[in-house]
Design a protein around this ligand. Structure first.
Ligand code: NAD
Length: 405
């Protein structure tokens, strides 16, 4: 098929690359000239494992010119949908819909892959007069290619025959396909992300409890819980909380949306509240270890919101960094992939640790495990459970008893 992908961010580039690798003719459109230029020079603007290799193998036409989509069969919308002041911002989506409706063939199909609140795609359909199908994206950054090739399920919402065409695009995955209404497909994405956020916050509250009970380690508790098939082990890991471009904004967007409908999502509200508190806990752990942190040099290991990506959107590490600076600490950081301007960055973890009195593990990059020998004499808060507490002298680990019997 001839396929357009509108919005070349994390989701758009991966979708374009995977579809091109399946033999489709793909045209990628973005309003960001620099991004398009860099993609046309074979430079990916994002880090994602396997992406550079995949992009070298496929041929994709990148452009800022929507008119290049005039004869595509399907146009995927993968533009950003940020949450601003507790409300989803749909300007990018509607701008893309409007540009598409000016250039597409009348029988082409618009596929909404961006995460949008229920009702958005029906409105897009009415405004554009085009057939719109919802096909939410569930990929995880760090595993994005694998997740696009082999998703757990594919949700397709909307009209039967338009949905059939989208089903044909994804049939190669052999994944279960669920056909729904437009609104159900939109809500499935929010319900899924909110539920995962709830699981993470639940594990984090159990971690808080473990810290106050002698002889308790949250990992032992959650591992045993996760063996129960009804619970499952995924997203039950205690740590510093969730960040990234999805959970924080999606939980707030669904809360804003539901309150407009006069419904309260109390469990999601609680998950957000628990998550907001996580960075503060890192600060109190450092104070517990070091006493005063004002004027002290503290190193943060990991800046990306999780390992395997350079994405720092809503990264907990950056929130901790800001809090430390507000408290008067001097901060230096190191991350294997993420690049952040305006902060002091070390060339490697050793340099970062050696120049500091305190160390916070904020992202669980695998290269941070086994660094206990160079942490000797430092005050360490392991917020991501990568170290062996027995090998450290002055350390606190999330979810491990802090009281001795
Ligand atoms: P992103 O911010 O990385 O990329 C969005 C791109 O859209 C940017 O390059 C931007 O320039 C472009 N854009 C904005 N307006 C445009 C327009 N009118 N026309 C053309 N291009 C335009 O976003 P992302 O992380 O790829 O997320 C895209 C959508 O997918 C969001 O709704 C997000 O919630 C959802 N999603 C993201 C992930 C993820 O892990 N990143 C996973 C699942 C779903």
């Amino acid at each position: 098929m001839k396929i357009g992908v509108v919005g070349l961010g994390y989701v758009g580039i991966i979708t374009a690359a995977v579809l091109a690798s399946r033999g489709h003719q793909v045209i990628g459109v973005d309003v960001d000239k620099e991004k398009v230029k860099s993609l046309n020079c074979n430079r990916s603007p994002i880090y994602e494992p396997g992406l550079d290799e995949l992009l070298r193998k496929v041929k994709i036409n990148y452009t800022t010119d929507y008119s290049k989509l005039s004869d595509v069969d399907i146009a995927f919308i993968t533009v950003s949908t940020p949450t601003v002041n507790g409300k989803i911002l749909l300007d990018h989506v509607f701008s893309a819909v409007s540009s598409l409706s000016n250039v597409l063939r009348r029988d082409a199909i618009i596929v909404m892959k961006s995460t949008v609140i229920p009702g958005t795609s029906r409105k897009a359909k009415e405004l554009s007069g085009m057939e719109v199908v919802v096909n939410p994206e569930f990929l995880r950054e760090g595993y994005a290619i694998e997740d696009t090739l082999h998703p757990d399920r594919i949700v397709i919402g909307g009209d039967k025959s338009a949905g059939d065409l989208v089903e044909e695009v994804w049939r190669f995955t052999n994944s279960p396909i669920i056909r729904t209404s437009l609104e159900e497909a939109e809500l499935i994405k929010y319900a899924s992300n909110s539920f995962l956020a709830v699981k993470i916050s639940f594990a984090n509250e159990i971690a808080n409890l473990c810290e106050r009970i002698p002889n308790c380690d949250v990992n032992v508790v959650t591992q045993a819980m996760g063996i129960d098939k009804r619970i499952s082990p995924y997203f039950l890991k205690a740590g510093l909380g969730y960040g990234g471009s999805c959970f924080p904004k999606d939980t707030l967007a669904i809360l804003g949306f539901s309150s407009e409908l006069g419904e309260k999502l109390r469990i999601v509200e609680a998950a957000v509240e628990v998550n907001n508190e996580r960075p503060l806990r890192a600060i109190s752990a450092m104070k517990e270890l070091m006493g005063e942190i004002k004027g002290k040099r503290i190193c943060i290991l990991g800046l990306s919101f999780k390992p395997g990506t350079d994405d720092t959107r809503e990264s907990v590490a950056l929130k901790i960094l800001n809090l430390l600076e507000k408290e008067g600490a001097e901060v230096i950081a190191y991350d294997p992939k993420a690049k952040v301007e305006g902060i002091k960055i070390a060339r490697n973890s050793e340099e970062c640790i050696m120049s500091s009195e305190g160390v916070i593990i904020a992202t669980e990059w695998s290269e941070f495990s086994g660094i206990e020998p160079i942490l000797k004499g430092k005050y360490v808060f392991d917020g991501r459970r990568v170290l062996d507490l027995k090998k450290l002298d002055n350390a606190i680990m999330v979810g491990v008893s802090r009281c001795k019997r």
